[in-house]
Ligand binder design. Sequence first.
Ligand SMILES: [Fe+2]
Length: 354
Amino acid sequence: MPSEPPTSTFKERVRAKAYPVHESGGIVWTYMGPPDTITPFRDFGTESLPAEHQLATKLGSTCNWVQTMEGNVDTAHISWLHMFGGADDIPDDGTDKPGYPSNAMTWKFWIHDRAPRLEVQDTWYGFRYAGLRTTPNEHTNVRITEYIFPYSTIIAAVPFNTRHLMVVPVDDHNCWRYTFNVAVDANPQGYGGGPLHSYSPFETPFTRQVGGITPREYVEDNTYLIDRENQRTETFSGIRDFVSQDLMVTESMGPIYDRSQERLGTIDKAIIKMRTLLIRSAKGLAADGTTPPALAGPDADFTTLRGADKILADGEDWHYLGTDDDPVVQEAEAFQRGEAFPKGEPAPQPAAGE
Ligand SMILES: [Fe+2]
């Protein structure tokens, strides 16, 4: 341009395309749709994050983004893929009773009942579903996962979780998994640590506090560092890193698995719901511009969506768990506002990332 003749109007006729952006929670967000349908910034809880908790990470995966999402909305595989020798022998620490189990006990529940019953609840933003497992003491453990249309999930955690795991396509065969930090001092008893790490042989990304792009050590080219001796004696998968167990499964299916040959079972209820929503919405948008779910306008409050995990009392309905009506949520939010925290409820635990 500087070398164009000064009389040239070329510079007035050439435009670079630009999109509105908004920085929040360590992530630069953008809107790439038509300007006339732009919605207010969709706050997934990052707007109120204190600066010291603004740590975002992203992890690349070499498969279609929906394939990755399906792992996130599947609770059954944690009973298999992430299991390790000794999970069934974790001693009863007294928390296998109605209320909030220790993290160690949740591992035991996963291996104890490998056929959870699924209940799906339709919502304005997509759906949430409960995975119900019978515990060794014959109670019902519920894990509640949120699906926020189209690309976000909130995985279950004791007692609740607000951290979104977002999967954004790069192209049809590659995606990024984004997440951001959470309010780690939401409870005076501290955050995470403890039994999960004592009982799990896995390294988890939540023990690393480094933002930015998470390097991949376990990849297809090194067969995910699978260790057959480890597989015989320690872990179900033979892969030591927790998240890499998921990546191994979703990537080794091929970048886009041939779904036409697939047979889905009752355990796939949540995955069927997600696929139905995505396909129906894409067709509706293409056909006549039908508004997809989760674009409910300025009143849509995504900060009230939470995953949850609890052992139910007799007759207790799971639907209120993790919502604004849940006393544990109310107490944690009061603490964050600097108010008294009357009961010593368990802290939100790091979600293992289903
Ligand atoms: Fe997983």
